[in-house]
Design a protein around this ligand. Structure first.
Ligand code: PLP
Length: 393
């Protein structure tokens, strides 16, 4: 690989497109004749104003974001949006009116499909949400324990009654457990009157999405979209309407988590993560040049290649997730023994393949194949799997 680079299978922060890194490098000392780097530039300058508005406009084109949605850049990562999505939804006029009509707290419905939706639920419980668990993984047939490697059938989901629900929340790609729900799978199961909030931190921009089906889409950028430090929120504008005469509305909503505060100020009510947004803008242009359909085909090509190898030797490479829900972004599997896993990771490193270790809560192997991973990277990994199998099975 050029520049002594390695195949980086990190779950995040993760690989960026080479052409983006080169452009950043080229413009680092003197951004387009400004005599300074974007790192050193005032967010109130005209030049930076163009950088952030271009980034937003490009993302809108790539994802075909309808005009009745706001696109916001915030800080606080994916974790910040666990709290923000709850606090903003509960402050919205429509939700408060619904609650007043019902005469008791509305339910916040959570689908627990893995570690990240679990963390989302934990956060809102801490804030006092009237949470309802729609589903919590599945029971392992052998141990009876709750495991996150599949979803129960929709007929078993415990969705609250639409008139009693503030919103439904889920995570579309569970980065740790490698569980990804098919496009529109959840929105199809939810009453259209109920806003669906989706955490797309680790699969946004990897396939087309019908934004109009969602109340809000939230994501940390550092996996498939750019560097750490910025989170992206796409929210239906009617959910940002508030009854400003009611002081209770924003009582517990800090400004830095307040989507309206950002919406009213072009995402710059205070200093934004300027450099991260700039790099995201370049990634959005890179994604636009290829198109989401093409990116989606590439994502399938990369992940199918690896899953085919897993499926070819299931007694050796143990894919942990039900085939219907296995992720194209984060692929998790185990080898027959922890010793073989350690050897696998060490020998991969000798071939310049790094960050293969499964999440500390799960063990095993996890490789992340985000947009910026060339197909050659996945192929190199598969070649290594074959070689390792031949020598060690
Ligand atoms: N949601 C998902 C799906 C994630 O993968 C992560 C981080 O890995 C988060 C939320 C939390 O993001 P952050 O670390 O930016 O708070």
């Amino acid at each position: 690989l050029s520049h002594g680079r390695v195949w980086n299978f990190s779950a995040g922060p993760s690989v960026l497109p080479m052409s983006v890194l080169e452009e950043v490098q080229h413009d680092l000392l003197n951004y387009k004749g400004q005599g300074m780097s974007v790192l050193e530039m005032s967010h109130r300058s005209k030049v930076y104003g163009n950088i952030i508005s271009d980034a937003e406009a490009t993302l809108r084109r790539v994802l075909k974001v309808p005009d009745n949605y706001s696109v916001l850049f915030l800080q606080g990562g994916g974790t910040g949006e666990f709290a923000a999505s709850y606090l903003n939804l509960m402050a919205s006029k429509a939700v408060r009116e619904k609650q007043r009509k019902l005469g008791k707290p509305l339910k916040c419905d959570y689908l627990i499909t893995g570690g990240w939706s679990k963390s989302g639920l934990k956060e809102v419980k801490r804030l006092g949400a009237n949470a309802n668990v729609v589903l919590d993984g599945v029971k392992s047939p052998s141990t009876g324990e709750t495991v996150y490697n599949s979803l129960p059938p929709v007929s078993e989901w415990k969705l609250s009654k639409p008139e009693e629900t503030a919103y439904v929340y889920y995570c579309e790609n569970e980065t740790v457990h490698g569980v990804e729900t098919p496009a529109n799978f959840v929105v199809d199961a939810v009453d259209p009157s109920v806003p669906v909030i989706c955490d797309m931190s680790s699969n946004m921009l990897s396939r087309p999405v019908d934004v109009s089906r969602f109340g809000a889409i939230v994501a940390g950028a550092q996996k498939n979209m750019g560097p750490a430090g910025v989170s992206i929120v796409i929210v239906r504008k009617d959910l940002l309407e508030r009854d400003e005469s009611d002081p209770e509305v924003t009582r517990n909503l800090p400004s830095v988590l307040d989507w309206c505060y950002f919406d009213g100020a072009g995402s710059m009510p205070h200093t934004p993560p300027t450099f991260s947004i700039y790099v995201c803008g370049l990634v959005f242009k890179w994604a636009e040049a290829q198109g989401l359909e093409a990116l989606s085909k590439l994502r399938d090509e990369r992940s199918n290649m690896v899953y085919d190898e897993i499926d070819a030797h299931p007694e050796f490479f143990n894919g942990l997730v039900d085939k219907k829900y296995r992720s194209s972004m984060n692929l998790v599997f185990t080898l027959p023994t922890p010793e073989l896993e350690a050897k696998f990771i060490a020998e991969a490193a000798e071939r310049n393949m790094v960050q293969l270790k499964g999440h500390r809560s799960l063990g095993g192997i996890r490789i992340s194949l985000y947009n910026a991973m060339p197909v050659e990277g996945a192929r190199a990994f598969v070649d290594f799997m074959k070689e390792f199998y031949d020598k060690n099975h």
